[in-house]
Design a protein around this ligand. Sequence first.
Ligand code: NFE
Length: 494
Amino acid sequence: MSKTIKIDPITRIEGHLAIEAVVDDGVVKEAKSAGTLFRGFEIILQDRDPRDANRLTQRICGVCPTSHATASALCIDDAFGLTDKIPDNAKLIRALVLGSNFLQSHILHFYHLAALDYVDAVGALGPLSPFVPRYEGDYRISGEANAELVNHYVRALDMRRKCQEMLSIFGGKMPHSVGIVPGGVTERPAEDKVTNFLWRLNEIRDFVDNVYITDVIAVAQTYDDYFGIGKGCGKVLTYGGFDLPAGRFFKAGVVSQDLKLEPFAGENITEDLKHSWYADSGSGLNPAEGQTEPQLGKKQAYSFIKSPRYKGEVFELGPLARMVSNYVQGDAKVKEMIDPLLAQFGAGPEALFSVLGRHAARALEAKLVADAMVDWLCALKPDKPIIVANEIPAEGVGAGLTEAPRGSLGHWMTIKDKKIERYQVITPTAWNASPKDGKGQPGAVEQALMGTKVKDRDNPFELVRIVRAFDPCLACSVHLLDAKKNALGVFKVV
Ligand code: NFE
């Protein structure tokens, strides 16, 4: 007999995500991923000064505001005709600020959000808050190895603080930094700032190399069945990101299930609204023409997340997508990291499409970015410009496509009479945690849940481990109350 498991909200992620899984004979037959709050920044931005987008969109999220600062700055640069004029120093400083946020976010995700699904904090410390309540029955690491992982949970807090300090050297503060602006950046690369940045970066690199990656491998060795759980749609997409003087650090790419690479083109993105609480008139549009018109109570809808699609198909975004795309494009550094890892587990690249593959990709990406940041820092030229003067055009169209810690992030804007006429944001979590589309295709997280064997329906570890491996952020995908501050529904924790 089938039974529905509802987890609402899923804890240890950012924001409010509800998961519903129909389990038949112990296997998930159908899954629904629902964002239960409305965001609405697109509406807030209408008729404002275009430069406000750079300040306001950062308030979408306290975890990845730097990505929104980056995407909005790129979008404004494009609409203002500045893209080819951004000084090299500004590109490097923007990349260093965004890189600091990647490192903070990846460490946060592994230690403070996901690791407690595998590491027995209660075994090491007793039944203390915030480690209880929790699911029971599948903690497999014990003794000294477990105690060390719990120690690293605490050490990781300090590392995250250092990442935030490092970001603030050029970004001014965190969250919601002020250093990335249209036309460039606000902070000169003075030598004392470079030195202050470097000693923190080296400490963080040491942590990533000798603690984070080692811990992910230790967890993978004990829970190696999770290389075979949570496969998902098997197709990945990345816009590319970190604009450096010589081009993008992460290359854009679209990779099919048989690991074939296609070039990425933004015009192939559409937003499907069939199962989302938005007016159907906006369904199927490219975000450059997109609409965000909430429609509560819409039949068949179950989420405030839209369903972004590429050529009408579902794709997974995130560190796994970036690593796979760069691997398939023959990036030597990515291959150097991924091949030995796969060899260690006797697996092929297909094993990356799994819960543990996503954790491993995130940890290796942290190393890739942290190591590259040393080169970016050393390429700064203290006497060279950091910003280009600019003016608001009467009319303009812009797109800012970049990478955020959780995957590709896009901002699109139209300017009319020097004001924002239209603004659209598509976040990585909107792609990953999207509901079904008009063709009936479930979103990436939904597909990853389907087919999963659930051993104990009262402690569905498998489901939360799959969802958390995607590192969803719901603040980025949806937002709060409706305009009249009405509650949008009653949701029970089951
Ligand atoms: Ni709110 Fe974000 C990242 C962005 S996720 S955390 O990374 O953009 O949708």
